[in-house]
Design a protein around this ligand. Structure first.
Ligand SMILES: Nc1ncnc2c1ncn2[C@@H]1O[C@H](COP(=O)(O)OP(=O)(O)OP(=O)(O)O)[C@@H](O)[C@H]1O
Length: 258
């Protein structure tokens, strides 16, 4: 039975009442909602050099990978329902949890409501940290080492597994330490061993003569000596202050007990 609404007491909130909808002109075209925007966000412009264009041509310019994490112990204890099923390596089917409102409504009206989502790559709950790194981040890091710009980020609701994926655990490191490892390995043996470069402003440097190197070392040593003296003086006065506080306190408590 339809609820009977008492019009006199059902007052619309003022913020709704105050909205004036613009008059609709002609039919609404919804086709552009499905527009493929990938061309507009294309990284390939005429300014890029040929090597960069080749590197990008073979791939999508934006890659969106999905990682589905396994249930945590608590979720298993609570018998959480699996709402995501992997259809193939790039798509998943999402079902509303059984007995949820959306599920009951959709079953009643149009059968169980399912939604399909497509990604560049889908990684299931059994995916290891190494497999995930190799399948997602390794190539962009390699591109970066060859001089291209790359941006990698994780995105998801709380508890989705972003920190685990990015940072990982001590026993099973994530994509960030694996990336750093790759970067440091790539410069191994390429480090300049001498100490005759000096940074200048933000991006420049100058090469020092032997005499200038000696002067730099002398300046640095005197700064270090000065810092050591300041630190020792600080420690000395901190100890003296503590000793004073202790004796003062002791004297007062002695007086009190007396
Ligand atoms: N691939 C995985 N394998 C095993 N455990 C995982 C995996 N991904 C996440 N977890 C576990 O799931 C829980 C939630 O993960 P995590 O803390 O990374 O989520 P988060 O997205 O960073 O959350 P928040 O946004 O709240 O910081 C943690 O207990 C984590 O150890």
């Amino acid at each position: 039975m339809e609820p009977v609404l008492d019009k006199a007491t059902n007052i619309r909130p003022s913020y709704i009442a105050s909205i004036e909808l613009p008059p609709r002109i002609g039919p609404v075209n919804v086709e552009d909602l499905k527009a493929d925007l990938s061309d507009e966000f294309s990284l390939v412009s005429s300014n890029l050099d040929i090597s960069q264009r080749n590197s990008l041509d073979s791939k999508e310019h934006i890659q969106v990978c999905l990682r589905i994490r396994p249930f945590t112990a608590t979720e298993k204890e609570n018998e959480s329902q699996d709402c995501v099923s992997i259809q193939d390596s790039t798509s998943i089917i999402l079902k509303g949890p059984k007995n949820s409102m959306i599920c009951r409504l959709s079953e009643k009206n149009v059968g169980q409501m399912v939604q399909k989502f497509t990604f560049s790559q889908v990684f299931g709950p059994e995916t290891t940290q190494e497999e995930f790194f190799d399948g997602t981040v390794k190539q962009p890091v390699q591109d970066f080492l060859e001089g291209h710009n790359r941006l990698i980020f994780t995105y998801g609701v709380t508890n989705a597994g972003k920190t685990y994926t990015f940072q990982g655990t001590e026993a099973d490191i994530g994509i960030l330490p694996r990336t750093m490892d790759m970067l440091f390995k790539s410069i191994r043996g390429k480090l300049y061993p001498d100490m005759d470069f000096k940074p200048l402003r933000c991006r420049d440097y100058i090469r020092l003569t032997k005499e200038q190197v000696r002067e730099e070392i002398a300046v640095k040593n005197s700064i270090l000596r000065l810092m050591k003296e300041v630190w020792q003086n600080f420690l000395y006065s901190a100890r003296a202050h503590r000793a004073y506080v202790y004796t003062h306190f002791k004297k007062n408590t002695d007086l009190l007990s007396w």
